[in-house]
Design a protein around this ligand. Sequence first.
Ligand SMILES: [Fe+2]
Ligand SMILES: [Fe+2]
Ligand SMILES: [Fe+2]
Ligand SMILES: [Fe+2]
Length: 412
Amino acid sequence: MAYKLNFREVVYALSEALDLVGIDDIYHGKRVAFMAAECAIAAGYDDEFVNELIYIGMLHDCGVSTTDMHKNLVTKLEWKDEQYHCDRGQMLMKKTALFKTYADTIYYHHTHWQDLRDLPVDEKVKIQANLIYLVDRVDALRAQIQLPLNEMKAEIYRIVFEHKDTFFAENLIESFMHASERASFWFFLEDDALEEYLHEWTAKGSVTEVSYDQLREIAIMFADIVDTKSPFTAQHSFGVASLSLYFGKKLDLDEHRLEILELSALLHDLGKLRIDDAILNKPGQLNMDEKLAMNRHGFDSDMILRKIKGFKEIAYLASLHHETLDGEGYPYRLKGEDIPLEARIIAVSDIFQALIQSRPYREAMSAENAYNILSEMADEGKLDRDLIALMRENLSEVYRRASVPERSLMSL
Ligand SMILES: [Fe+2]
Ligand SMILES: [Fe+2]
Ligand SMILES: [Fe+2]
Ligand SMILES: [Fe+2]
């Protein structure tokens, strides 16, 4: 079915997820979006061009899932292997119909102007990519130069000018100078003001129909970003979605419920983007603080997704995948009947899929061993017995579904 959504809200919420990878600095994408938009307005570009830059700005670092890589984004002018996140960003955007047109701009957002200028690339892509590059680096410089505003501004202008015609196009530097003359340009980079600016922009967006397939593609893109965060979780969200859908069909859920189930399953671990790589990939036991940081991800998935009007149920279902029927789960400690069927399905699928994958602290398990663990959990009153019985009856198919790679997800 079609969903009525404000697309600006969808992109804003997803940018929140991407920005969370910064852990302490969770506004990079938003600052880039704001600065790019203001420079484009100063240069006299039309609304469409400006709006595109806000979308691209918010999504430009979608190729970054790990906190280690994110540190480079905001602390260095250039770094080794920086093109990797541009390649990956382009690949992710290309596969998603609603973002496809931005794929090349993302690809070139760290390319020096002296190289980009002469490439056989669309003019608009060149300008937008180089403008994103310029303000993106301004954001990195801002983080490094710890001086009062006027001195910091002067230092940023000096460095940017040093790279005129090599890194950045001259006319784009001029637009940046023009836009950033006002002190308000810099004040808007503060968290509260930035949120206000983008909320106003989001509120101006109109509600349009987005088809399920288009929405699913976006969910798949974000599932991919989450799964890439750790080498151990490759394809995890896809496997959970595929297995959840299998259970949903077996239980005769109607088409709409199946759609909600699949989207919630694909996005269930979105909040994991906020977890430090060191915790996620730790080989040993987590201490109390690390556990807390790890366990809050369901809550964070909820907070990100509920910002999209029309997504409240998906947000809620996604957030419940670590709740257990005995009321000992997290983050809400719901009990029994208070946990909806779809959330129980995702919980069972999540544990099974994780068990058949290797983790930093253990090897991958066989279907039989994974089932035994889930069966024990059902006996302890944690998981839904009917689902575990269904799993037993169809164990080899359950295993196949949970190990499905993304490519085959489409054909299920
Ligand atoms: Fe970047
Ligand atoms: Fe960036
Ligand atoms: Fe999880
Ligand atoms: Fe998970």
